[in-house]
Design a protein around this ligand. Structure first.
Ligand code: C2E
Ligand code: CA
Length: 556
């Protein structure tokens, strides 16, 4: 019987392909032998082991186990000779892959079950070329040999591709991906290869390249993606991020490389969009924290927004000391991660529909709060933050209008701040949404104004009521050698905004010295740590009571 397990044909077939795994079983001893690629990929107990049916069964997806056991039992009970079924099995990275498993049972002279042998084929690795882009598929990447020399593998992803689709539609999404693929294809010389990975993600294999060369190639791709013209003449800017891995020196396992690429890309998309990040242990650790934040956020959202809270920062009259309103700023404590700030958790929420759900919660709380303070203190503005993707969400405006009606709040007292305005892909579509919102009487503010050239372009294209001048210009106003330049920038921004009838909030006033300067410049509202940091509702209310008292004439 040993001949069956140790047959030279087994060795020959065992190394035939990366995507095919083979096994043979001596039925009487219940001892089986598996090809080396199966042992390593599925983390099997060894080359030879007993009770393979159960050992293998544990790796099969719980939903597919019934099909597998039913079919294999029929073969081992002698009911039928051939095993054939498709199911998902977990690989050593904890991911399920689809397999087609075929096996045949043979009997000895006496008709007793003797040998069961078969092959398992990876179903996810069958197409060579991607039908949309014509690039090699990701399965072809797995066929590449990385054993000779070293190089860099890059996983490129389009930032906020969902927003691009929401703005322009699927048709344009496909056209953009095809154009991007062509630009990657143009790089394919000197051994460079491009592959379509998933959706908006591409792999670039750069044999022989080092980190510096990879950076250079990435910069070229990033620049090329910034000016894509569609067939009907639309100019669309795409932002590209990349995760990268240096291979070589035995680091050639493709599954491991892909895992690291995905991790690095996911990290750079959250922390530093539009750039390239090489995998490192440090990133691994940071990414794990981000993943925990993501899980904690999901838990909070599913448990009635547990852990979320709004803080409030005053908006002070630039011509007096009265608090005229506030900006609502989101705070959150997760089940495990307690110290994440908005700059950590908002980009994570923005990756999927999380921001839409939380954003609606923020809106409702802000409206409710406006009502309460309006009743106590008279006319009072509440600003709250809305990211670009939220404005595009179906039903957002309807929800805003109905929530405001529900609480009996005047839209005139609500200001929606468009955050990170430099990410607006289509100002034209956003302008229509802004018009709709403003037609109901709400106000729109452009946040972080003055950073990047996009601001001027947006001021031209977007109908807004209020501009918030970015705090980086303001904070250093009273010290350092360059304050005159900052002063000139703020002065001209104010001039510009007044010309187009926008009111202006100057953010980031941290000291009396800056307050003194800014008050001579004709802004409308001031905001910053000098007046107060963002505080919880109770603290803010105390501040309002004090402020209210000092501005009420005592006639008693
Ligand atoms: P932002 O809208 O620009 O908010 C102002 C940020 O500047 C706040 O940070 C605030 O605490 C901080 N700040 C205020 N005064 C000063 C100052 O004098 N000096 C300095 N250095 N900083 C000051 P925070 O609360 O950490 O929020 C960060 C960002 O998170 C916000 O930036 C906004 O883009 C986003 N965010 C906050 N809440 C929400 C929300 O409900 N929805 C969305 N989509 N984004 C939000
Ligand atoms: Ca803001």
């Amino acid at each position: 019987m040993e001949d069956v397990l140790n047959n030279p044909l087994f060795d020959a077939f065992a190394n035939a392909s990366d995507n095919v795994y083979i096994y043979v079983c001596d039925v009487k001893k219940d001892l089986s032998r598996w090809s080396p690629n199966a042992i390593s990929y599925f983390d099997l107990p060894g080359e030879y082991f007993v009770n393979a049916g159960d050992v293998w069964g544990e790796r099969i997806h719980p939903e597919d186990r019934e099909i597998y056991f039913k079919d294999i039992s029929a073969v081992f009970s002698g009911e039928k000779e051939n095993h054939s079924c498709q199911y998902r099995a977990m690989n050593r990275y904890g991911k399920y892959v689809w397999l087609e498993c075929k096996g045949t049972m043979t009997r000895d002279k006496n008709g007793e079950l003797e040998t069961f042998a078969g092959i398992m084929t990876r179903l996810d690795r069958q197409n060579k070329y991607d039908t949309l882009t014509g690039l090699l598929t990701k399965y072809e990447f797995y066929e590449q040999s990385l054993c000779k020399g070293s190089g860099v593998v890059m996983l490129l992803g389009v930032d906020r591709f969902r927003n691009v689709i929401n703005t322009y539609g699927y048709y344009y999404g496909d056209e953009l991906l095809t154009t991007l693929a062509k630009r990657l294809q143009a790089l394919c010389r000197d051994g460079i290869k491009a592959f379509r990975f998933n959706g908006d993600e591409f792999i670039l294999l750069l044999p022989g390249a080092d980190k510096a060369e990879a950076h250079e190639i990435f910069t070229g791709i990033r620049n090329a993606a910034r000016s894509i013209e569609t067939k009907d003449g639309k100019k669309i800017e795409l932002s590209i991020s990349a995760g990268a891995v240096v291979y070589g020196n035995e680091k050639t396992d493709k599954d491991e490389i892909v895992n690291r690429l995905e991790l690095a890309l996911s990290y750079v998309k959250k922390i530093n969009k539009g750039n390239i990040e090489f995998y490192s242990d440090e990133i691994d650790e940071k990414q794990r924290r981000l993943m925990t934040i993501k899980e904690d956020l999901k838990y909070s959202i599913e448990h009635d927004f547990k852990g979320f809270e709004l803080y409030f920062q005053p908006l002070v009259d630039a011509r007096g000391t009265r608090i005229l309103g506030c900006e609502a700023l989101l705070r959150w404590k997760g089940e495990h991660i307690k110290d994440a700030g908005p700059m950590d958790f908002i980009p994570i929420l923005e990756e999927d529909s999380g921001i839409n759900l939380v954003g609606r919660w923020v809106m409702r709380q802000a409206v409710k709060q406006q009502k309460e303070w309006q009743e106590k203190f008279g006319n009072f503005k509440v600003n709250f933050n809305v990211s670009y993707g939220q404005f595009l969400e179906e039903g957002y405006v309807e929800d805003l209008v109905s929530t405001t009606k529900e609480y009996g709040v005047s839209p005139d007292n609500l200001v929606l701040e468009l955050t990170e305005s430099n990410n607006v892909e289509s100002p034209e579509s956003l302008a229509l949404i802004f018009e709709q919102i403003r037609s109901h009487g709400f106000h729109i503010a452009l946040d972080d104004f003055g950073t990047g050239y996009a601001s001027m372009e947006l001021l031209k294209k977007l109908p807004a009521d209020e501009i918030k001048i970015e705090h980086t210009f303001v904070r250093e106003l009273a010290n350092g050698d360059f304050h005159q330049v900052d002063f000139a920038i703020i002065e001209s921004l104010l001039y510009l905004c007044k010309k187009v009838n926008n009111s202006v909030v100057v953010e980031g006033v941290e000291t009396k010295a800056v307050d003194d300067i800014i008050r001579t410049m004709g802004a409308d509202y001031l905001q910053g740590y000098y007046y107060s940091k963002p505080v919880c509702k109770t603290e803010f209310e105390k501040m309002l009571i004090e402020n209210f008292k000092s501005h009420t004439v005592d006639i008693g």
